[in-house]
Ligand binder design. Structure first.
Ligand code: SF4
Length: 83
């Protein structure tokens, strides 16, 4: 089963450690808070669990992936239809 990191935005203090440990799934926004942009790739589950354990505020968890990926960029055809 595919996994996805979930960030509790209330608990997260924006240390950025998760993006350092799992850059394949997490990037930081302009304020230094994590954005999970994809499911945990096959073979990186152990690193994802390590990132969860390393979060100093316990804001990270692993959940079953819902098949959702990053939404299209704002200039894409799909995004323009929504505007
Ligand atoms: S490691 Fe934890 S507190 Fe730090 S940015 Fe990631 S989720 Fe937030």
């Amino acid at each position: 089963m595919a996994l996805r990191l979930r960030v509790d935005p209330i608990a997260c203090a924006g240390h950025g450690l998760c993006a350092d440990l799992l850059a394949e799934c997490v990037e930081l926004d302009e304020w230094g808070f994590p954005v999970v942009y994809r499911d945990v790739p096959r073979g990186l589950e152990a690193e994802a669990r390590r990132a969860v354990r390393a979060c100093p505020t316990l804001a990270l968890s692993l959940v079953p992936a819902a098949g959702r990926q990053r939404p299209p960029a704002s200039g894409s055809q799909k995004a323009r239809h929504r505007e």
